[in-house]
Design a protein around this ligand. Structure first.
Ligand code: ACO
Length: 431
């Protein structure tokens, strides 16, 4: 916990309470209200946690006004251009960039945990073929607790470590199997000679009938997508993982809870929803019609891939993603992609519109990722599972940090109750 050299005085009626103020290494000061109820008998009210820090953390920092995202202090644009996904995983998990030997050992460990228990193949076959891959992922990751009993004891640091490695290593295999199952193709086993991203592409697109050589340009783009999604401090799915874990639940159940939360269109599901929206717009000439709908308070439609709870300037991940979309389509020889053209024009018109300017609404990470993923050959339903693969290391790192925190206690918010006060039961004949 950070030092507190200042405090705030709160007066409620005839009571005065002194509240410590903590000073983070970056970001605004934090008012410590833990003793508020015991000292003043009141709760605080903050639905959606817009002003509430739920924990302390040393992993990721976002400055929403500057459009800055740091992992362990390193800016995301530097990591996206100079590093690669497994190195970023090591950084998030262990706090420092790895030395060459440490990275080699970590890569070996992850690579050698990518296969899933053979019995899980039967489990997969129980799903309907037309199930959404996110539904399959929620179920299958939760079911890992039934296959890996030797890594569910969270009080044992060794088991925690193995669970972390298994989750990072097996998530691409599970996502690729969900895809293969949905298209009726045989599962493709992982290959240890390929990089994390190339192996994922191979498991998704190879078939036993012929050799499939992974395009290194696509492998690099895939790696960058994983890197850009790796962690994002206390977002909805990460907070879900922390809350689930606060009860002492096993790691696989907690990560399955995070996947379930990520699926929603206000969170990770936005990448699928965004591409669906761009396709529905179809022609850049129809953009004003969709902007008008997004601004109309009587219409539930929102511009998908736009806006963010924390970023009020720009999302630094969106910048890299936009550049990546240009590069990938260029390198694939895709000229005049209509979806990318619509996306760019939509961004231009929205950013020139007072409604979006005043509310500080900018493209987020999901605005351009779908364009790249579609160009790679992924169906829309795979966009959010790919986000889940990349985010797994973030969930796992935050989960580990929480379990090591001596202040960790079960998460249990309070409420502002507005229902009936106590009243007597009325017999059915008298209602
Ligand atoms: N389109 C139109 N208007 C919007 C949008 C949007 N995408 N996002 C916010 N607004 C408006 C709201 O209507 C509100 O207007 P008002 O002040 O006139 O009432 C104002 O901007 C503030 O919006 P809130 O909903 O209060 O902002 P919040 O921080 O709660 O929501 C969220 C953030 C959920 C991301 C929102 O911007 C949204 O729904 N975006 C679209 C979905 C999306 O892209 N999600 C991905 C987020 S990034 C991620 O999870 C990877």
């Amino acid at each position: 916990m950070a030092d507190s050299t200042k405090s705030a005085t709160l007066s409620i009626g005839d009571k005065t309470v002194e509240l410590p103020i903590h000073h983070p290494t970056a970001g605004p000061d934090v008012l410590d209200i833990r003793k508020l109820y015991s000292q003043a008998g009141v709760f605080t009210y903050d639905p959606g946690y817009t002003s509430t820090a739920s924990c302390d953390s040393t992993i990721t920092f976002i400055d929403g006004d500057k459009g800055e995202l740091l992992h362990r202090g390193y800016p995301i644009d530097q990591l996206a251009s100079k590093s690669h996904y497994l190195e970023v995983c090591y950084l998030l998990l262990y706090g420092e960039l790895p030395k060459a030997g440490e990275l080699e050992e970590f890569e070996n460990t992850i690579t050698r945990h990518t296969m899933i228990h053979e019995q899980m193949h039967n489990f997969f076959r129980g799903y309907r073929r037309d199930a959404h891959p996110m539904a399959v992922m929620v179920g299958t990751v939760g079911a890992m607790a039934a296959f890996y009993h030797d890594s569910t004891d969270i009080s044992d640091p060794h088991q925690r470590e193995i669970a972390s490695h298994r989750l990072i290593a097996k998530m691409p295999t599970i996502a690729a199997m969900a895809y293969k199952y949905s298209v009726g193709q045989p599962f493709v086993y992982p290959r240890n000679d390929l990089s994390y991203a190339a192996n994922f592409l191979h498991m998704c697109f190879a078939v036993p009938a012929e050799e499939y050589v992974v395009n290194p340009i696509l492998a690099r783009a895939m790696d960058r997508i994983f890197t850009l999604h790796a962690d994002h401090e206390q977002n909805a799915s990460t907070s879900t993982v922390r809350l689930a874990s606060s009860s002492g639940a096993n790691p696989f159940a907690c990560i399955a809870a995070g996947i379930a939360c990520l699926w929603g269109p206000a969170h990770g599901g936005a990448n699928q929803a965004c591409l669906e929206m761009l396709k529905e717009i179809g022609d850049p000439e129809r953009i004003p019609e969709f902007l008008a709908r997004a601004k109309d308070k009587n219409d539930p439609f929102r511009l998908m891939g736009f806006g963010h709870r924390v970023y009020k300037n720009f999302d630094p991940r969106a910048k890299v993603m936009k550049q990546s979309a240009d590069e990938v389509l260029d390198l694939l020889g895709v000229e005049d992609n209509p979806v990318l053209a619509t996306a760019k024009e939509l961004e231009k018109q929205a950013l020139a519109d007072d409604y979006f300017v005043e509310r500080k609404l900018f493209p987020n990470v999901d605005f351009y990722s779908g364009v790249i993923l579609e160009a790679m050959g992924f169906p829309l339903s795979m966009f959010t599972p790919i986000f889940a693969v990349g985010r797994t290391v973030g969930w796992v790192s935050q989960w580990k940090e929480m379990l090591n925190d001596p202040q960790n206690k079960i998460g249990r918010p309070r409420q502002l109750y507005l229902g009936e006060t106590a009243r007597d039961y009325v017999d059915i004949e008298n209602r």
